[in-house]
Structure formats: structure tokens, C-alpha cells
Design a protein around this ligand. Sequence first.
Ligand code: FAD
Length: 462
Amino acid sequence: MTLSQVDSAPNGWVVRSCRARQACPPDDCFRVEPPAGTVNTRRRSSGRYTGWRLLVEGLTGQRGWSRAWSKATPRPRYRVVIVGGGGHGLATAYYLATEFGIRDVAVLEKGPIGLGNVGRNTTIIRSNYFLPDNIRFYEFSLRLWEGLEQRLNFNAMVSQRGTLNLFHTEAQRDLFTRRANQMRLLGVDAEAVSREAVQALVPLVDLDNGRFPVLGGFLQRRGGTARHDAVAWGYARGASEAGVDIVEHCEVTGIRRGERGVTGVETTLGFIAADTVCLAVAGHSSRLAAMVGLRLPIESHVLQAFVSESVKPLIDVVLTYGAGHFYVSQSDKGGLVFGGGIDGYNTYAQRGTLPMASEVAAAAVTLLPGLARLKVLRQWGGVMDMTMDGSPIISKTPIPGLILNGGWCYGGFKAIPAGGMTTAHLIARGAPHPVAAHLDLNRFAAGRTADERGIGPFPYAH
Ligand code: FAD
């Protein structure tokens, strides 16, 4: 067989194929070669992380560590291309390779991995949702979180310190009770907590504050926090070791489609062919979908977060305020990490405005007056993919071969393990995972939205 036809590919890679391609087995008539003069370097494992290795490295000058994941140069063709090296893109790649044996996968990230929302959130994980389908999905995620560090052999600092949601009116007590009952019926932990117990858990709370006195709370003890960027690094390491190419600084600028569906993506490193393209770009979902003429029921908004100077241990749960959008936890370094609602206008800018910052500060000092003199060290924003019903989308699209993971609203960090697993299932099996079947895109056209808070198509209120 003479491989006579030579096609150029990204970064100087060469594709050789024979002209009578249909007539012979694919491996005989198709070969991909690295750029001339380069050696296609084999992926080197970063080895198992153990306490013993930490000790030995500490005593021997830390010289034995190698890169946690390989920085790949893209090949011209993959079975699956995932756009977006955030939590969901990396987790999808990891589960595709490790659960479903699909290793011919590339994750394309326009910048360095982990600098999108996965590294910008307030790190809260929980499964205290209201709709039974959503409870099942987020509980599936929480269970995956519970074994994640052992599975990835990576310290993601998962801390099940409890999430405590406060309520301030009798109507809110009823609503929270319904939510807790629904959770318990599905075998998920939820506890009603009295005013006194709230005070004992967080002595700093001003129960009788003049604006919204606290009547009690609901506690999910298995909720808590995880270190956000370690989650991206852990999945990247696992995916890379399983054979996935993680390609940084490779922006997708177009999506090509043929008669039978997607054929690949245009990138700043050239065209990359793929049988399946999965969009996992969070706040940029609408922009990427528009590249193939698809309009999504998603708006992009900015959400801010804040971190204070370090102080001694003050709050050892995740505390949320029921009378507005405010949530706070304390990081292991001692800083209070807190946030509020979205800024309320559509934007792709990763920075917020002062009015929302002052609204968050007002809620903070109403609930916890002792914070009034604390200094805020840093503030940042992330672009949120807000759906019209407040629930995410894990779905095929009208374009064959194009899969969507997006619409994460405020809650996509906690959903990363489940989002990755169920998106990988959808790609590998061609059918939705049972816990994510209600998250299909068609629900908006069919009128069976998963309106978690029952407030209709208003992103600000989700
Ligand atoms: P991202 O990390 O944003 O990944 C998407 C990636 O796609 C980015 O890296 C981006 O660079 C890349 N990309 C975009 N366009 C292209 C392109 N054209 N080509 C290639 N790559 C591209 N959730 C919780 O559960 N708990 C919380 O406490 C919480 N707090 C939050 C606080 C803030 C301030 C913010 C901003 C979000 C918060 N979230 C929280 C939401 C959560 O962080 C997100 O829903 C989730 O991280 C989104 O999924 P992701 O990690 O895949 O997104």
C-alpha cells in the first residue's frame, strides 16, 4: 500500500492516506505522523502520590516530581473533542477514558486549564435540592465527591463540614421543610435546626438582627467545600494518564458540519477532525453553539466572589442567608470566602460591579455584624451560563455528533463529578445516563422545564 496523499494538519502534523481509501481497512490506508524532526514524546506518569513519597521528596530536595499532566500538541483527528478545559470538560474526558474505555479524546482549552469558573467559584458542594430529579443528580455527584480523592489519588481538600441554610419567615420554613422531606424520602440527609442550634453552630450569627431575624435552619451535614482548582488539576492528571490529550492555548473559533453532522472544529492551531464534539464551555455556551447556528435557552451573566483577610477559625460550616443571596465559608488559610447573586445584566466580562459588592457586604453584616471590620483582600467574577429554568443541560443537540454540557447557573462546581460521568455516558452509549435524563435540551421546547425554584424564566432569581 502506498500512502500517497498527504494532508497538512495542525502544528506541522502530517496525515498520509491512500487514494482508494474506502477499499481497505482503516489502519492500512491512514497514518498520522508528528512534525518532521520531532519525536512524538510518550506520556510520562507522575506516579502515585503517597505520604511516604512526600516525606522522601522532602528529604531529597523535591527532585523526583514530574508534571502532573502532559501538555499535548493536538493530532489532526480524534474520536471525541471536548471544548473547554474547566471542571466539566476535564471530568468528561477522565470518565470517557476510565469508565468507558474511550481514550482517543482531546480537551481543547483556549487558555490554561482551570482558570474559568472551576477556579473562580466559592467551592460549595451539596445535594439539598427540591425537585426529586435534581436531588438524585446532585446526590449522585456528592457520592462521587465522597470517593473522588482516593479515585484520583489527588488531594482536592473535600471537606464535609455541613451546609446550613437559614430561614427567616414561616413561609420559608414550610418551603425548607418540604425540601428536607423530599430529600429524606430519597435517602438524602437533611436536618431541621432550631434557632438555638443555629446559634451553637455559628455563634457569630445575629439571630435577632433588625432586618431579617433568623427563625431556624436546615443542615445537610454531608455538604461542604472542596478546593476548586485542585479539582481541575486532579481530573487533568487522571485523564492525561489514561491517554487523553489536554491541549492548552487552543481556542475553538468555528465548528464544521457536513451532511451527517459535525466533522470537527476550527481552532487557533488549525482544523481538528472529530466524530463527536462536546461543548463544555460554561458561560461561553451560547457563543460556541452560535458557531453552528444553534440558539440556546441560556444567558451569560457575571457572578462575583470575595475573600477576606485570614482570621482565626470563626465558621466551620457553609452558611447561607435565606433572606437574600449571601453564602460564606472559611478557607483552610483562614480567609472568609463569600458571594451573592449575579450582577443582573448580560455580559462576558469576568469582572463585577460595585452595587452587587455592596449588596453582598450589606447581607454579610446584617447576618454577621462581627464581620463589619474585616478587610476584603480579593474580589473576582466569572461568566455564568444561566438557563431559563435554573437547571443544567446535558444533552444531544439537533446537530448529530454535537453534545452540550452547560447551563450550570450557580451550581456547576458541585455537579462536576456527576456532570462529567453523565456526559461521558451520553457520548459513549448514545443515550442519557438515568440520573441526567431530565436535563435534555428538548425540555424547553416540550414545556417540561426543571424549574428548581418555581420562579419561571428569570435567570436573576435562579
Ligand atoms: P469553566 O471552568 O468556566 O470551563 C469552561 C472552559 O471553557 C473555560 O476554561 C474557558 O476558557 C473554556 N472556553 C471557553 N470558550 C472556549 C473556546 N472557544 N475554545 C476553547 N476553550 C474555551 N458552583 C457550585 O456548585 N458551588 C459554588 O459555590 C459556586 N460558586 C460560584 C461562585 C462564582 C463567583 C462563580 C463564577 C461560579 C460559581 N459556581 C459555583 C458555578 C461553577 O463554578 C460553574 O457552574 C462551573 O465551574 C462551570 O463548569 P466548568 O467548570 O466546566 O466551567
